[in-house]
Write a protein that binds this ligand. Sequence first.
Ligand SMILES: [Zn+2]
Ligand SMILES: [Zn+2]
Length: 275
Amino acid sequence: MSEKFVGYFRFLEACDAGGCPVCRCLRDESRSHIDALLYEQVTDPDTRRDVRASWGFCNWHTWMLLEVENSLFGSAIIYEDLVRLLLERVRRFADRPRRRAGWLGWLDRRRRLPRLVELYRRRQVCPLCVSAADTADRCLTTVVKFFDDPDLRAAYARSDGLCAPHMLRALEVNAGDSGARELLDRTVAKWTRFREDIERFVGKHDYRNREPFTDAEAASYMRAFEMMAGAKGLFGNDLGAACDGQRYRRRSGPRGRPRTDRDVAEQRVEEEDAR
Ligand SMILES: [Zn+2]
Ligand SMILES: [Zn+2]
């Protein structure tokens, strides 16, 4: 019991809430975290330093501020500070240096704005995401560890199962654990049923069909969205990575790397497997 941190019981509850239970836990925990932060830590120096270091919260957590009741005043205090800090940073790097003239001044001006961009790129990770990632890993580790528990098995059987990003993360943080293998088997069984539902949903769109959609078929595409991408907003998007990799847009390997002979060979093996 002592090993089952509070997240275990939240996971059991989340299994009945629909969608990926870990995504649900993280969404609920983030809202509670924001709630506590806005009511108790708005003026806390450590909290303010972390939020400043990350240039504010990530997109997901920023817009989540609107979902927390009575959050506007606390949010406004934090964001007034962040907007002021951004303006200071831009001015510091964009203003022309007064003391240097000639080519030294020209060189300095050329270097300053890229340094501002570099500062932004090296900003800290959103502190709420750091906390959420830690919760996700602890939750996935506990679920794998106690997967024999009858309550957990029954709750997971009722749930929609983990999304693909969380299932793969469970395998990563519990590599070699037999519980992880069992969790995968049970999750794949759920995914297989989703695929059958969505296949029937697509099939029934034939104009000759007169058969109504079942509830599972009508919900199948939403389940497929969450299964593949996680809950809405939770894992962000690939815009940043796409911008970083845009030089290799035409011929790129995994993660935007230039395509190597090995990438080509691996792709050939995958294509042969798929036949
Ligand atoms: Zn998830
Ligand atoms: Zn975040």
